[in-house]
Design a protein around this ligand. Sequence first.
Ligand code: SF4
Length: 227
Amino acid sequence: MTTISTNENVKAASTALLRTEPDRNCPLCPRLADFREAARTREPEWFNSPVPSFGDSDARLLIVGLAPGMQGANRTGRPFTGDFAGDLLYATLLEYGFAKGSYKARPDDGLTLIDCRIGNAVRCVPPQNKPLPAEINTCRPFLSATIETMPKLRAIVALGRVAHESTVKALKLRSAAAPFAHGAIHQAGRVMLYDSYHCSRYNTNTGVLTPQMFRDVFAKVRTDLGR
Ligand code: SF4
């Protein structure tokens, strides 16, 4: 196992000179690198690498998820593609004009995003979908660089509390001044941060998030951005 201290990890990622995408073999989170290697051995046909953002950097909207799902983005290589969360997310983006084409849960389905980009707070698949706080911190420079290299960015939708908190730090907001709540909106200069519960199967099956609650967030973003 690679042994690098957390501080060294953060420093190394911070000096990545606004690199928005990590190396395929990014070693900065040893636990996740080991997990990734195990997945490569078990499923050699899968993507099994840090998942890059999807969509153009000149988009006005950025959606920030938690991390790749094992059977979803980690398998297919495109955020939210191939698992339940993607079904609701892409259907909603199509409904509100942030995507065109048809979503078929494959990266070669031809779906394109319109004025929208999708990324994750943590780029590598974590065990049980739960990255550790140190891993979230270590991967944040890639999120910060993604935000900083989107010159037209006006809106960020954070999916879930972890994505919200990492985005708040990337935007240099005070956490106490921008608490997570579904439907909450926070201002960070020219960028508005919209909070939503994560569109996971668990949240929708338990009624924490209904499709209408999710649609309401994107309806508000669409109204605020205009066409
Ligand atoms: S989660 Fe981010 S920082 Fe950590 S190993 Fe993956 S790409 Fe590197």
